[in-house]
Design a protein around this ligand. Structure first.
Ligand code: PEP
Ligand code: MG
Length: 948
């Protein structure tokens, strides 16, 4: 969220004209590393389209959409020109609020400014002498309490108090009075019975603007032995206009009014009883805004010009929000209306405005002076639906996500999210502030040292040792001392300097270095927490449920199975690499559970079920007991399976498949063998590369591949050449930014463009093999030519580095390769089907998509038909087929894949004992029947139901 901040104000700027002023503004943005100097052209171009004069001595210069490429980071800066600068040929400005926004965040700034400009502030803008005055006058908002008809809902289908809270919060959220998280702040302990079945509840967290919603259930509820037929939900904060609130309370304490309220079921009537704003019963028309950047200053000015032609009043609301005058520029801007939102215009009856409504609607449809792509009525529906969907994603009420790694886990929540700290910015006592800072740093250093001493995991020790070194960095400390000398308080100096250093670090081209910004912010927050006496978010001592936005493959170093009982993420899909990491570690996980999970209270007990994706916050003791019993049952099954994990996976009627492991680390081979792997079916070499800070040379690679082959002691090793791209970027193999990385330069498409990289890897493999069974395969083959080009390179190298025990194959993960498998099967030695990508590309669903990825089920008949064709083609030419996608370990998929005739199943080694045990219970002839039925099904759900 963009905000206006004192430290972003530059007083005493001077410019003789607008051109000089624009240059001065760009200099400020460049200095603060928000833009590159080229952004100036964007500012100028925008001013040429129309001046960005807002009114009251303020302008809001910003670049054109084309100039967004020069923005490094979204931000706002304010420059005060005490002598004024003529801006639009007649009006002088004294304050420029210059915006660098990568998308439409500037609408937020407009909303803030326009709220302030409802008051007349022109003199204060002109005469301001300090940054504090500027921010104060811009943020001065009229005290408020939204109380209007749109906040009232009757006949609510609520069966209990939770349902009713949800509806009350929904109303407030729709009117933008509260944000996500508000509902969790509604504490039943705060319920007050006003009498006559009317109750009120107040909360003050996640409140954007004070407001009251009123909801009435269809049928009265019983609450604590009393009737509940009306609930007032008060969203309160320090902006709350108390006199207005007290007036509302006076009405409610009047028994006569209260009785009326209790019995009334019409929102319009209720609004009148409590003195709320009423939606005028005026003629109305709706239109959907199509302007791609929303109702920003230029189109809003046009709209004012149109509405002002009529003498009668014209008002407008967005998405059923409050009505405001459509003749006031500042009020229009305060709506923050975006493309796709519906504007409702109403006109004062018996005036020329009624006929004028058609002109207004037409002007909006025509784009208000901008070229617009019209929005079809149907697509309006779509937009609305998507918005509802988004809301659902982040609702606090969501109790399930996508099952990503099986098992039950519970423990205290450890929520990783940005925290807010409160502190005074200025302090005159430099000595005291310096001491405070030194003590805080020492305390954090000592905490980190304890942590390192206690940790048994090398990767974690390394991370925290690096943090210690950062806290010792003299440059960093000196930078903070500079700020202290400018009379900043210790927390302000520390935070501002760390943030600037982290921002600079994040903008570095070298990705590995850029990633260190997260570590800087990490230590920054720890010290700040000590300085602000904010309780440190201490990792719970017992194994916890780690809750975060997403877990990336690089977070793996931080995940210690001893400490992390389970993982719950807001986004992600079951075959995203984050989920694969969780499975490999054997940690139960649910991904894509919506942003609401980040609002779970730290330390609240959370129970997750990685098998079905359900989670429960603060579960009843009985549920935990049940989970413990179930977990014990699963543990026993696992112990039994592990006892037999070295035995072959043979069905009851004597059909055997090879069971192999997927690995991504050099030293994972041993564990795989111990878990019962008969081969490594997929070595993801890009993950091996990721463990290095720069591309490993040939010798390093050879040594690493040797380790794996040694550990396998004669078992086959299927190595996939580098599969970089998609969601697996490799910092030192840069790929130009792509709109659609999964459809871009990835896998073989990349290595064929960097043949040296491929050659080096192939040589290292050939040299490491020593005639041990090596199988090399190429990822992301989509065209026969790609396979042939790669094969030519390998054949050339084989002439130089002979290797007798080698098979060469390809991954089948692009539908075109599956469809051409009859041709490819004649040339390759084997196929390995990557169902993660094959499903993604067949169903056109991003494998990590937070909402859709659950629908991208590898058991969809369309995917099975491609697998079937591939297996048939391979077998016809005497070649073998493996499955190395996540489907290989899915208990519902195992019989189907076996029945389709695959020869090998390769999976995370943790799954091997259970899958082997399952196969020993199966009958191959039955599997074949199930597979044939599956090919005729119409959905993945139908396939999943076959075995039941
Ligand atoms: C696959 O796509 O199924 C696969 C095994 O490869 P990755 O998951 O590494 O993309
Ligand atoms: Mg793949």
């Amino acid at each position: 969220m963009l905000a206006l901040d004192i430290q972003h104000v530059r007083m005493n700027q001077h410019a003789v004209d607008k051109a000089q002023a624009l240059q001065c503004l760009v200099n400020i943005l460049v200095e603060d590393q928000l833009v590159t100097p080229e952004y100036l052209d964007g500012l100028k171009a925008r001013e040429q389209q129309s001046a960005t004069y807002l009114g009251q001595g303020i302008a809001i210069p910003h670049g054109t959409p084309q100039s967004r490429q020069y923005i490094l980071q979204t931000g706002v800066r304010l420059a005060h020109f005490p002598e004024g600068v003529v801006w639009d040929g007649e009006n002088k400005i004294y304050l420029a609020v210059v915006i660098a926004a990568k998308s439409d965040e500037h609408l937020q700034v407009l909303q803030i400014l326009t709220k302030a400009l409802i008051n007349d502030v022109s003199d204060r803008v002109k005469n301001a002498t300090s940054a504090e005055q500027i921010i104060e006058l811009l943020q001065a908002q009229p005290l408020s309490l939204a109380l209007h008809e749109n906040l009232i809902e009757t006949q609510v289908p609520a069966i209990d108090i939770d349902d009713l809270f949800w509806h009350a919060a929904q109303r407030l959220k729709q009117q933008k009075a509260v944000e996500a998280g508000f509902i969790t702040a509604l504490d039943t302990k705060q319920m007050i019975h006003l009498g006559e079945g009317t109750w009120s509840i107040t909360a003050n967290q996640h409140v954007l603007n004070p407001a009251v919603s009123i909801v009435k259930p269809e049928t009265a509820l019983e609450y604590h032995g009393e009737v509940l037929n009306t609930l007032l939900c008060v969203a309160s904060n320090d902006q709350l206009d108390m006199p207005q609130f007290n007036r509302l309370m006076d009405i409610l304490f009047d028994p006569e009014q209260l009785e009326k309220l209790t019995h009334e079921n019409d929102s319009h009537e209720i609004a009148q009883i409590i003195g709320a704003d009423i939606i005028p019963d005026w003629p109305s028309l709706h239109v959907t805004l199509a302007n791609s950047h929303g109702l920003h200053a230029r189109p809003a000015t046009q709209l004012v010009n149109v509405t002002k032609q009529f003498t009668g009043d014209i008002q407008v609301s967005v998405d059923d929000g409050q009505f405001i005058s459509a003749k006031s520029l500042t009020k229009l801007l305060s709506l923050g209306c975006k493309r796709g939102q519906v504007l409702t215009f109403i006109a004062e009856p018996d005036t020329d405005a009624v006929n004028g409504l058609n002109d207004v609607i037409q002007a909006v449809k025509n784009g208000l002076g901008e070229d617009v792509e019209p929005i079809e009525e149907n697509s309006v529906q779509a937009v609305e639906k998507v918005e509802v969907l988004r809301f659902d994603e982040s609702t606090e009420d969501q109790t399930s996500g996508i099952p990503a790694s099986s098992g039950l886990a519970f423990g205290p929540a450890h929520v990783i999210k940005p925290r807010q700290f409160n502190y005074e910015r200025q302090s005159k006592n430099i000595k005291a502030e310096t001491e405070k800072l030194e003590q805080a740093i020492q305390q954090v250093q000592s905490n980190i040292k304890d942590f390192i001493a206690e940790s048994k995991i090398e990767a974690i020790k390394q991370i925290f040792t690096a943090h210690l070194a950062m806290l010792d960095d003299p440059d960093l400390i000196q930078g903070v001392h500079q700020k202290l000398k400018q009379n900043l308080s210790a927390p302000a100096a520390w935070h501002e300097h760390i943030e600037a250093a982290a921002t600079a670090q994040a903008s570095l081209k070298d990705h590995l270095l850029a990633e260190r910004a997260a570590d800087l912010r990490d230590i920054g927050e720890r010290v700040l927490a000590v300085l602000c006496n904010a309780p440190d978010i201490i990792e719970p001592k017992e194994p916890y449920i780690l809750i975060m936005h997403d877990v990336g493959p690089s977070d793996v170093a931080r995940l210690d199975k001893e400490r992390v009982a389970g993982i719950l993420t807001a986004v992600g899909g079951a075959s995203a690499h984050s989920a694969i990491v969780a499975r490999a570690l054997g940690i139960p996980a649910i991904v894509g559970a919506g942003a609401g999970v980040l609002n779970i209270e730290s330390n609240a007990t959370v129970l997750i079920n990685g098998d079905n994706g359900d989670f429960v916050i603060s579960p009843e003791a009985s549920l935990i007991e049940h989970a413990i019993a179930e977990r014990e049952r699963q543990r026993q099954i696992r112990i039994e399976a592990e006892k037999h994990c070295q035995e072959p996976a043979m069905t009851l009627d004597g059909h055997q498949v090879e069971i192999a492991a997927n690995i991504g680390k050099v030293n994972a081979g041993q564990k795989a063998v111990k878990d019962g792997a008969e081969a490594i079916g997929l070595l993801r070499t890009e993950l091996v590369f990721m463990a290095h800070n720069s591309a490993p040379d040939e010798a390093t690679q050879e040594a690493e591949y040797r380790v794996i082959l040694d550990d396998l002691a004669g078992r086959p090793l299927v190595v996939r050449t580098l599969d970089v791209g998609g969601d697996k970027p490799l910092p030192y193999v840069p790929i130009p930014e792509e709109e659609n990385p999964f459809l871009g330069i990835r896998g073989i498409r990349l290595t064929l463009r960097k043949p040296d990289l491929l050659r080096k890897q192939l040589i290292a493999l050939l040299k490491a093999s020593d005639n041990r069974p090596l199988r090399i395969m190429f990822p992301m083959i989509g065209r026969v030519e790609e396979w042939r080009d790669a094969k030519v390179i390998l054949d050339e190298l084989r002439a130089e580095y002979p290797c007798d025990n080698l098979e060469v194959g390809i991954m089948i993960e692009v539908p075109s390769a599956a469809l051409l498998s009859p041709i490819l099967a004649q040339e390759v030695d084997f196929f390995s089907i990557g169902t993660n990508d094959l499903t993604q590309y067949t169903m056109a669903i991003d494998r990590g998509h937070p909402v859709l990825s659950a629908e991208a089920d590898g058991l969809h008949p369309s995917v099975l038909l491609l697998i079937d064709q591939t297996v048939r083609a391979a077998h016809k030419h005497g070649k073998w087929v493996g499955i190395c996608g996540e489907l290989a370990a899915d208990p519902k998929a195992v019989p189907v894949l076996m029945g389709l005739g695959v020869d090998e199943l390769s999976m995370s080694s943790t799954s091997i004992p259970l899958v082997k045990a399952q196969i020993r219970q199966l009958n191959f002839a039955e599997c074949q029947q199930i597979a044939q039925k599956a090919l005729l099904c119409d959905s993945a759900t139908a396939v999943r139901e076959l075995g039941e």
